[in-house]
Design a protein. Structure first.
Length: 422
């Protein structure tokens, strides 16, 4: 056997990735199969939850004739032995029929699925019983001692409820694992197992039931094959989950009322990486240093653009909280002078322990007209009640200029806007 390993990187558990091996071969079987949409394809879709090595066993071509008689049911029920009864209408469990459509055997519960061979031929339609190891289909063939053989069939559900669970058996010994029909009706899937004849010169090859649930278990079989094969081919794909760690570092907190904060992002990854960064919905850039930031929550998106990753880049998003820097006083961005006792006055709010005086506080409308002014007062809580010469001011945006002096004689200024909303 030969094996070649390809490597694919993903950045999140459950991320979809397509596996590929050489197409056009007779049969495939991928393992592990739990995270695959179909283990019998040359190119199944995988959704691994972690780093996973997928191995496919490939049957390329037969070295001998198909030893099965009537493999596609052209001759109806000929050549079949079974623990199930052959019927022309399926109304109970543990029976089978041969027809061009499952619906012809039970129109109430079976779908009108065409056969696998041509879409117009016959197939074996089964209503399985809830008894394990009962023989659904069997045939005895002559084999060559010591030779390797592949036993193959195609399977589909004809009713989506409780899909069939079957297993190959040769000379009374179960072969390979249990294989299961898909939940989608009329979805033909190929399954096979490999067997070495050892000293045997005759083989009773069978499909046996392993579904013990009495509900559903309605399926069809078609295109049986049993033939000698050369050495199997193996191929493999290693899917690596390469999760990255991104640590934001606050280089500078914003000054009071300013947008001069700085954040740096330190990114590490065990796999290949070409990180780009987007801050607050901006474009993705290689620079991981962000400047000119205001206090509050910011959205950071980080993308790994390395071509080794599947898809259009791996994106992780999270919020970064940038605390306020030293701020002895602040002014709100809005106030509502509606006499409800809450935020009725637009004024300066100072930090605990602040001592000083208000040098000037002026508010202008959007045309530059002065609507409020307070000069040289020891009360820093002096503010505007939303009136202009005793009348209610209109809702809207106003500009303010404020200047304070602290106990050490340091003068602090702030210019900004406030929204008046009643």
């Amino acid at each position: 056997m030969s094996a070649q390993t390809d490597t694919i990187f993903i950045c999140a558990p459950g991320q979809e990735v397509q596996l590929n091996t050489v197409p056009g071969q007779f049969a495939y079987e991928w393992s592990p199969s739990q995270s695959l949409n179909n283990r019998t394809l040359s190119n199944p879709i995988a959704r691994p939850e972690g780093t996973t090595l997928y191995v496919v066993q490939i049957i390329g071509e037969a070295t001998g004739d198909n030893l099965i008689t009537n493999p596609d049911f052209t001759d109806g029920n000929a050549g079949i032995t079974s623990d199930y009864d052959f019927v022309s209408t399926i109304r109970t469990q543990g029976v089978y029929g041969v027809n061009t459509s499952a619906a012809n055997l039970n129109g109430a519960f079976f779908n009108d699925c065409p056969d696998h061979t041509s879409g117009a031929g016959q197939m074996m339609v089964v209503d399985g019983s809830p008894v394990a190891d009962e023989k659904v289909w069997c045939q005895t063939v002559v084999v060559e001692a010591g030779a390797n053989y592949a036993f193959s069939t195609w399977l589909t559900s004809v009713n989506p409820n409780n899909p069939a669970r079957l297993q190959f058996s040769i000379n009374g010994t179960r072969l390979g694992g249990v294989f299961m029909a898909g939940e989608d009706v009329c979805d033909w899937r190929q399954f096979y197992a490999v067997w070495n004849a050892a000293t045997a010169t005759e083989a009773e090859i069978c499909i046996v039931n392993q579904n013990t649930n009495p509900q559903g278990n309605d399926f069809a079989l078609d295109d049986f094959a049993f033939f000698a094969i050369p050495e199997l081919t193996l191929d493999s794909t290693l899917v690596i989950l390469s999760e990255a760690t991104h640590l934001p570092s606050i280089i500078r907190r914003p000054d009071c009322g300013e947008s001069n904060g700085i954040i740096s992002i330190n990114s590490t990854s065990a796999g290949p990486n070409e990180f780009t960064y987007s801050f607050d919905g901006g474009p993705f850039l290689e620079d991981s240093l962000f400047q000119g930031l205001s206090t509050g929550s910011h959205t950071l998106a980080i993308r790994n653009d390395h071509p080794a990753f599947v898809g259009e880049g791996c994106i992780q998003e999270f919020d970064v909280l940038l605390p306020q820097g030293n701020c002895p006083f602040y002014l709100p961005g809005a106030f509502s002078p509606n006499s409800d006792g809450v935020n009725d006055v637009f004024r300066v709010f100072t930090a605990t322990g602040f001592t000083g005086k208000l040098l000037s506080f002026a508010i202008h409308d959007r045309w530059g007209g002065l609507v409020f002014e307070s000069i040289a007062t020891d009360s820093v809580t002096t503010g505007w009640d939303g009136r202009i010469r005793g009348e209610f001011a209109a809702n809207g945006t106003y500009l303010y200029q404020v200047k304070l002096e602290n106990a050490e004689g340091e003068v602090m200024e702030r210019n900004g806007t406030v929204v008046l909303v009643r």
